[in-house]
Design a protein around this ligand. Structure first.
Ligand SMILES: C[S@@+](CC[C@H](N)C(=O)[O-])C[C@H]1O[C@@H](n2cnc3c(N)ncnc32)[C@H](O)[C@@H]1O
Length: 291
């Protein structure tokens, strides 16, 4: 019988309440056919919290000022799929742009590089970017470098901070053990990132719909937001892109996943084609409709 006192069912009405809540709070769209999946993922929470129905669960979430249960819900509904060196062609362009960024910084007599990986999941993207920055040798010595990962899933943030990964996180490397060996130490069947590549990196729990998530980080030179917008509503994308517009330096860059596009969605960013890849630059004449 487990922790449940009785078998709750998730009615269409329950599903609508939770689906709308998830959309409002995180921007994530749950399709109509996800009722059973959602039930399977969260029904144990009712038992743990001693609640008799999904309606009570919904009210519990709304009445919790700490938003603790809301974030627990987030951790059950988000797709955290990620791996090292994902979408390599974009990363090659990123490396090229670092040279440009450095030139521009030197022209402005600045020595500060800021990169954001939002929707960073368990950190593979953040560490990939750090490896690329460190290996480029462009920002050594007196440069102040910080790469920040932000994600709404607290478990993913914790995993990112641990920086210890299974073979699965290396699946894009097609069995090339070189990278795992060079940047990680083997720890039984896991790979622990070497200390050097954990430097200049931090992780935050945050909701990118909320501009407070970016507090103290702006202006940033590059934002990576890959494979997250694809799960989001149009209103959420507009809000998030507005937050990026306010946070990115006037000469900065925005990368979204190769299956995502901002073209004809916003006037805040303009696409620029670099080696067959689209990167977005701030549109000096764009106006943030959210202001
Ligand atoms: C598929 S992963 C993408 C990971 C990485 N960017 C990549 O491309 O490999 C999507 C991530 O978006 C996060 N996410 C979804 N909604 C979010 C929100 N409103 N604020 C912050 N993170 C969010 C999820 O928790 C999940 O870890």
């Amino acid at each position: 019988m487990g922790l449940h006192s009785k078998k709750e069912v998730m009615t269409e009405e329950d599903f609508s309440l939770l689906r709308d809540l998830v959309r409002r709070e995180f921007g994530v769209l749950l399709k109509g056919d996800k009722r059973l999946t959602l039930h399977a993922k969260v029904s144990h929470r009712l038992g743990i919290l001693g609640l008799g129905s999904y309606r009570e669960y919904y009210d519990y979430i709304l009445s919790d000022p700490s938003k603790d249960e809301l974030y627990t819900l987030a951790s059950h509904i988000t797709n955290n799929e990620t791996y090292f060196f994902r979408e390599r062609v974009q990363l090659d362009v990123f490396l090229d742009l670092l040279k440009e960024i450095k030139r521009e910084k030197q022209r402005r007599r600045q020595n500060r590089l800021r990169i954001l990986s939002v929707a960073s999941s368990s950190g593979e993207e953040v560490y990939t970017l750090n490896i690329i920055v460190q290996e480029s040798g462009l920002f050594a010595w007196d440069w102040d470098v910080l790469i920040t990962g932000i994600d709404i899933n607290r478990n993913a943030v914790r995993k990112a901070q641990e920086a210890c990964y299974s073979q699965n996180s290396f699946r894009s490397l097609n069995g090339d053990a070189g990278i795992a060996k060079k940047y990680f130490t083997a720890d039984k069947d896991r790979f622990r990132l070497r200390k050097f590549f954990k430097k200049n990196v931090e992780f935050r729990h945050g909701n990118i719909l909320d501009r407070n998530a970016f507090g103290g980080l702006c202006p940033v030179d590059v934002v990576f937001c890959r494979n997250a917008l694809i799960y989001m509503s149009d209103e959420a994308i507009a809000k998030i892109v507005g937050n990026f517009f306010d946070c990115i330096d006037e000469r900065g860059y925005l990368f979204v996943g190769s299956s995502e596009s901002l073209i004809q969605r916003t006037n805040l960013f303009l696409p620029e084609y670099v080696d067959g890849i689209i990167v977005y630059r701030k549109n000096a004449r764009g106006n943030n409709a959210l202001e």
